[in-house]
Write a protein that binds this ligand. Structure first.
Ligand SMILES: Cc1cc2nc3c(=O)[nH]c(=O)nc-3n(C[C@H](O)[C@H](O)[C@H](O)COP(=O)(O)OP(=O)(O)OC[C@H]3O[C@@H](n4cnc5c(N)ncnc54)[C@H](O)[C@@H]3O)c2cc1C
Length: 290
């Protein structure tokens, strides 16, 4: 189908984009990689009068280190995240997660900012964002604010971004010493989106016990969530097979899992538990000094 008619803008600075967004309000949308927005426009699930393309704002595409954090501009593509030497060294969980998104064409066009702002419940990044306790920066004409990943994802296709705000940057901490991580997913066979995806991060202490455990799960519910009970059960414990099984069995405690034509709610809960154990086991293995 052909989208409804809209005016198209190509600002070259963030200020210009913010001014356009302020001017056209609800009748405007930002365009990043277009891999979620263009299908929605073509199917006429969305119709807008003004499309503001961020593609020429070069200041929004970077990956750099700042005070122990890796900072990524919103326009950074999934492929750039996947192949970044800095991320592979400092924060391999995010690079691994990006490598699981769609196929190479999707990874070449899609951006981290577009994916997070879209907040698809089956997107991969939210699991890693939660496990990494990432910070998400948003800018409006009123100023800048920083949101914790936990507060950013509000519900299906809904974030804490306010009208007039542009997501500009994502900040993830460098992994601490003796930390291992893993992202594992069950992909939907046609699209590659996560039926369930689990991001696990484990830091071991000198005795080999879990000092920090963080697990983010996507695909299983209307929004990604932290497996709080699993994290609590494993923290301070030796991560042997029995303990990992017991902790992973609590992965969906308190969560209403979603069902659709691909997987029932019960099957998604089962997958979440199984993949939580596998992701944790892999993270522990990677955390052990070689
Ligand atoms: C065939 C296919 C397979 C896919 N498989 C997967 C997969 O396996 N896993 C996965 O996670 N994703 C998958 N995706 C989605 C893909 O990752 C998209 O890139 C992503 O969802 C949207 O990013 P984008 O840059 O294309 O954003 P766009 O489509 O351009 O924008 C998406 C939304 O975000 C808004 N937006 C964009 N940038 C900003 C910003 N900086 N600030 C505020 N709002 C903004 C737009 O207005 C729009 O509402 C797939 C997509 C396709 C087409």
């Amino acid at each position: 189908m052909i989208p409804a008619e809209f005016a198209y803008y190509t600002p070259t600075s963030l200020d210009e984009a913010l001014a356009l967004l302020g001017q056209y309000g609800d009748d405007a949308k930002l365009l990043a990689g277009g891999h979620s927005l263009l299908p929605a426009l073509k199917l006429r699930l969305t119709a807008i009068g003004h499309l503001i393309d961020l593609g020429r704002i070069n200041d929004l595409a970077y990956i750099r280190e700042e005070k122990g954090k890796v900072c990524l501009g919103a326009r950074t593509t999934h492929y750039e995240v996947e192949t970044s030497a800095l991320l592979q060294q400092q924060c391999p969980l995010l690079a691994e997660c990006a490598g699981h998104i769609g196929d190479v064409q999707v990874r070449n066009r899609g951006t981290i900012g577009g994916s997070l702002a879209h907040a698809d419940p089956a997107a991969d990044y939210p699991a890693a964002m939660l496990a990494l306790e990432a910070e998400i920066q948003a800018v409006s004409t009123g100023g800048k604010r920083s949101l914790k990943a936990e507060e950013f994802f509000v519900d299906m296709l809904t974030t804490a971004l306010q009208p007039g705000e542009i997501l500009t940057e994502v900040r993830v901490p460098a992994h601490a010493a003796h930390t291992g991580s893993a992202y594992l997913k069950v992909p939907q066979p046609a699209s590659g989106f996560a039926v369930v995806g689990v991001a696990a991060l484990v830091t071991l202490d000198a005795q080999g016990q879990c000092a920090t455990v963080r697990v983010g799960i996507t695909g299983a519910a209307t929004k990604a969530f932290r497996a709080d009970a699993t994290e609590a059960a494993l923290t301070g414990r030796l991560p042997d097979d029995t303990m990992l099984t017991q902790a992973a069995a609590q992965a969906t405690n308190g969560i209403e899992t979603s069902g659709d034509i691909f997987a029932s709610a019960e099957y998604r809960a089962h997958l979440a538990r199984v993949y939580t154990k596998r992701a944790l086991a892999k993270a522990v293995e990677r955390a052990k000094p070689r």
